[in-house]
Design a protein around this ligand. Structure first.
Ligand SMILES: [Zn+2]
Length: 161
């Protein structure tokens, strides 16, 4: 319990840090988002390697989601599990997801211990961005948006060849 508390505080610390960085306009879709507004193109990537940071930003630029995350957190597996628990996320036993989105804070968590490279990340990130765009937790809605994002990723890969 104590551990969980500390992690919560840790995430809050991250959040304040990120929110303190920039100001400007943004499309705030969640009524619960009471933080100062960020500029539409500004979001924080935390805990990633420089390669992962560059990659995830490039992928999101290509996917052009209607709603950007406020922060993307790459965390080790134990922390990922803790974060899911703190946010009362229902993660079925044996569920293979290594990313989840907390809609109210527009935070996307990535289990960095299960990170498997560019295509792996792009495919799953598309789904999480789908949750943000549809602003709900329904998997079908997220997938519907994700299909379009994946198409854009694929086209960009073809062009790059
Ligand atoms: Zn989902």
């Amino acid at each position: 319990m104590k551990l969980a508390m500390r992690i919560t505080l840790c995430f809050l610390g991250f959040a304040q840090f990120a929110w303190g960085q920039t100001d400007g306009n943004s499309k705030m879709t969640s009524a619960e988002a009471t933080a100062p507004e960020l500029s539409a193109n500004s979001y924080a990537v935390l805990g990633a390697t420089p390669e992962q940071d560059a990659l995830v930003r490039a992928q999101i630029r290509i996917m052009q989601p209607e709603v950007l995350p406020l922060r993307i957190l790459f965390v080790p597996h134990w922390k990922y599990i803790e974060a899911a628990r703190i946010f009362h996320l229902h993660v079925p036993t044996g569920y293979t997801s290594a990313l989840f989105t907390h809609l109210a804070s527009r935070s996307i968590f990535v289990d960095s211990d299960r990170y498997m490279g560019e295509e792996w990340l792009g495919y799953r990130m598309a789904h999480e961005l789908g949750h943000l765009s549809s602003n709900n937790t329904k998997e079908e809605d997220a997938e519907k948006a994700a299909r379009e994002y994946r198409k854009r990723l694929k086209q960009a890969r073809i062009k790059a060849r």
